[in-house]
Design a protein around this ligand. Sequence first.
Ligand code: DGJ
Length: 753
Amino acid sequence: MICVMDQVFHISTEKYSYLLRINRHGLPEHLHFGAPIQMEDHLALACKPGLGWGGSIILDEKDPASCPDIMPLEFSGNGRGDYRESSIEIDGKAVDFRFVSSRIFKGIPPMTQGLPQAKDGEETLEIVLEQPGSRLKLYYTAFDTVLTRRAVLENTGDAPLQLHKLMSFCVDIFGDFEMTSFHGNWIAEMRPHKQAVTGGRVVNESSTGFSSFRHQPGFLLSEPCATEEFGQVYGFNLVYSGNHYSSCQQSFQGLTRVMMGINPSNFVKVLEPGDVFETPEAVLTWSDWGFNGVSSNFHRFINHHIVPEYWRFKERPVLFNSWEGCMFNFTHSRLVDLAKRAKKLGCELFVLDDGWFGKRDNDLAGLGDYNVNMKKLPYGLKGLADKINELGMQFGLWFEPEAVNPDSDLYRTHPDWALTDDHPDLCGRHELLLDLTKPEVRDYIVENVSRVLDSANISYVKWDMNRHSIALGAKAHDYILGLYDVLGRIFVPRPHILLESCSSGGNRFDLGMLCYSPQVWCSDDTDPIERLTIQGGLSYLYPQSTFGAHVSAAPHAQTLRATPLTTRGNVSFFGCLGYELDLKHLLGVEEKEVIAQAAFYKAHRMAFQFGDFRRVNSRGGVCWQVTGENVTLAGLFHKLESAAPGYEKLRLVGLDQQKRYHVISRAQKLRIGVFGNLVKHIAPVDVDPNGALLRTVDHHVMLDDSAEELTASGAALHSGVMLHNRFAGTGYDKQQRTQGDFGSNVYVVTEAE
Ligand code: DGJ
């Protein structure tokens, strides 16, 4: 709800209040963002600057406290006495916008320049500010768990304006905070970094042209005492896939200025008289239930208001992807064989990855040429898709439409379509990007991708992009607008196609892409121990329904780490489960485990994909919890085993303290091979632990791992219930969890009868 009283504006939901007012100088002043409060509280919440501060500019000689430098503002000016970082730069001149009017809209006024935006907001507040020659509109939209903000600048004068910087929002919040941002690289996305926000500016920005795995746009600000479960935390993110910029800095008076928007570095946009420029939408949220509270607010918002309507709360299929198993090396019959195996294991969607078109037998050539390789696929895509459908599976296809290899017919015909930025030979993965700012390039992509999609029964698309840097400046923004145009023209008319966006893994995991693709491929790193960091990091900002999470072969291709198949499955359950390995080489015992995994996942799919996700503090391991309609599932994951491990509890949060719950572990099996030389001591005859006999037994026989079963109250589960102890070198028994390095279990928790 949005209420106005004497130029005080109160945006409130059950979860939060956001309060601002227009002060006596016509500047929008921030009063409160946090716990739900009452409109009448505005005077109590306002800063009381007394007689002002020395060393400041004064707006009104009669008011010694009218120093812009110490006001908590909703958007800054520039060069007029507010010495903190400015959220706007025009023509290198002073900027001094003052209040003119306000309006409240039902719903959300639509974006006009092609940026994606959250849908189904309740109400929007528009604050209009002016200075000679330009008008600035600030928009605030209330959603139940978050608030979105954006800004629109209009040239109302008669000369062109050069816009160098326009943040989506700026706000001055009182308090001491730590900023958690997420940094990384290829196969190592989403490493959290926490730093104190003090007098020096803390910046989180990307300048590669994309949101980038180097610096994820979303970030958090927390009170120093905040934990996963308690304390005040703010969360911020941007509905945008291009260069982003955020900064936090604490003023001497204890106000922390936070801003977020398009990266101003190298950015310039010329606005002719009458032109407008609109920023991407920023998302702001607050919780005093710690980091989990903020994550839950983001998750709810994304599942309800960001992903395309068709896919909201729609179960995602268990998929098989051909990439890690085949790479470029496949034929129709090899794919059909894989599909049969995948179907038997429980997969529902078969995805053909890279290598199906042009001369694409490696990554050196063919991008841009969307003619099917008839040597590999003599029955064409339709022949393959029909066959897969006949097997009872859906069919999906990989594309990389934004890129072109210099060795391609497309590049030879239209070298000027590539975005070379005067450096024609600067390739990344042997590719250049197509210049999506050109309408003819966008038409080429839309026509070709649409033609292929309509040529066969295709239910899923993986939209890849592997060239990590594009032209600088305003062109980078126009490229992103071009990308959104192309995605909208292809997929809005085909809403049933499940789009999974990918950029060498998670190089473009952002809210802009999620407006088109309900899923994003988190990382090319499918090692489950790495995924604890990657999916764990993403979980702060994004719901598990948006994570593509696959089981692949071990030892892992990127880390050479050997992990149990059980753990590979258990980690992938906390996302959209898929398999990506050569199924021909699965042992009989592994097939049985995969069949069990897929069946277990499907039985709890709604909870795994859309349940309320929590990171639970756990002694010695990583614990993730999801709570669906009638069930809570908890994954407890260990990294390196230690000798004689101590007791361990399973803690669950948010359950009804008074109710009783039944807890049972997922039935897991143990390979005989985990016992290595120890088998010698229990076998009736002398066996060679590395010999053929034990290898054969290991490939065919499995032992039961410990089965945990108990009942406990929600209160006991909150404090933690004791689990069977782990293997401690004293023997094998079902009362003991035999995990070794990288072991894990999933626990199913339901209300006791
Ligand atoms: C990069 C992606 O991240 C991979 O999953 C795979 O699709 C390859 N591209 C294909 O070239």
